[in-house]
Write a protein that binds this ligand. Structure first.
Ligand code: SAH
Length: 385
């Protein structure tokens, strides 16, 4: 399978000695292998077909699977016993074979701009961050796909963690359940972006199952048009994602020359800019849809008028729009955000080149919840819990 090959490639063994206490099991989990096949599975993560197989194995009628899916993906229950319209024998059967770990929100930090950062504690003690971002009449949820990341982008705080492991499907969708639990009565999530920790396409099998659960009518019923998967640029899996789903794709570009992209996003050594853009021009896009190219504006590094002119040329063969991202600084990054005037001059050149280009203002910066600031480490307030 393409994706598992990629997952393996993305788990860079050179990282394992930099991550303290990387065990064989953790390394295997990072490669996406199931290390505990006898362990109870997470029930939240099963598709309708798998739920049907399960209820039939329990000697029940297939329609029970839809009831379970409703409890899991619409009602967000966190115990099998709460599914009170199921026969007691079926609940016992499920309790013996599955777990339903509640998403534990260890802390919630609130930004002055309304952004909320949830530190979600996983069953094995690791933590990920999930961010709720209200803006106008939208509330966007920024989801993580891995604990840490192996992509080593030079300007990203998560990269400093290295890759600890892939999230399971259940852990990916549990972030939505956790976020819903933190919303006010009048708040509804409207958009979902995979721009939190990790490289979603390096965890493709679990991402793809999560997208299925999120979008299926028997699942969460979210329109795929409201979901965006952001990637550092893994062409074979990008094509697969667009062939298999109708979600939106965002590609993190950040540079207009091979040399600079090698430095900013080392995956460029494996999938060079030229190859990436060629692949983007051949993607099976929906009618009228475009690929969003993300471009973090770094002062004196990639923000000159010459960069903007090159970007216009590079993107000419692609159905593209550009999202200029204000760099969110973190200690020791060695980069600085571009000035407002550099940002606007850059945007103006893209507009003159007929490229739609928006500026993504930073959100939640005061609580380190902004793009590239996600770095889960023990937060002092969680230590006593
Ligand atoms: N791995 C995926 C998704 C996670 S990062 C990807 O690379 O797209 C989501 C976005 O945040 C990416 O465009 C990434 O380049 C950007 N980003 C990372 N660090 C940042 C920082 N410090 N400031 C602003 N944006 C950053």
């Amino acid at each position: 399978m393409v994706a598992s090959g990629l997952t393996q490639a993305c788990f860079d063994p050179r990282f394992s000695d930099k991550i303290p206490h990387v065990t064989e099991a953790r390394a295997a989990a990072a490669r996406g292998e199931d290390t505990a096949s006898n362990a109870a599975r997470d029930l939240r993560g099963l598709s309708l077909d798998e739920l049907e197989e399960t209820v039939v194995a329990a000697g029940e009628r297939a329609y029970r699977a839809r009831q379970i899916a409703h409890w899991l993906y619409r009602r967000n229950v966190d115990s099998i016993d709460a599914m009170h319209d199921l026969p007691a024998a079926l609940r016992t059967f499920l309790n013996h074979r599955f777990t339903l770990p509640p998403p534990l929100v260890a802390t919630v930090r609130r930004s002055s701009d309304g952004t909320r950062k949830l530190l979600v504690r996983l069953a094995d003690g690791q933590a990920i961050e999930t961010v709720v971002i209200p803006a106008g009449n939208r509330i966007t949820l920024c989801l993580s796909s891995q604990v840490g990341c192996a992509m080593r982008c030079a300007f990203c705080a998560t990269a400093r963690m290295g890759l600890h492991r892939n999230l399971s499907t259940g852990e990916i969708v549990s972030q939505i359940v956790a976020a819903r639990g933190e919303l006010g009565a009048d708040e509804i999530l409207t958009n979902y972006v995979f721009m939190g920790m990790g490289e979603p396409l390096a965890n493709y099998p679990r991402l793809s199952q999560a997208l299925k659960l999120m979008t299926a009518p028997w699942g969460m019923g979210i329109s795929p048009r409201r979901i965006t998967v952001s990637t550092v640029g893994l062409p074979p899996t990008m094509a697969r994602l667009l062939a298999e789903t109708s979600v939106n794709l965002a590609v993190s570009l950040h540079a207009t020359t091979e040399e600079l992209r090698d430095r900013l996003a080392p995956i460029n050594e494996r999938y060079p800019l030229g190859q990436l853009l060629e692949a983007c021009s051949r993607l099976p896009l929906r009618r009228r849809s475009r690929v969003t190219f993300e471009y973090v504006m770094l002062a004196g590094v990639n923000d000159s008028p010459a960069d903007a002119v090159r970007l216009v040329k590079l993107l000419a063969p692609v159905r593209a729009k550009v999202n200029l991202i204000c760099f969110n600084p973190f200690a020791g990054s060695g980069f600085h955000a571009s000035s407002r005037s550099a940002l606007e001059a850059f945007q103006a050149i893209l507009h003159r080149g007929n490229l739609t280009a928006t500026i993504r203002e930073s959100r939640g910066r005061d609580i380190a919840a902004a793009c590239g600031q996600l770095y889960a480490e023990p937060h002092p307030e969680t230590l006593s819990q």
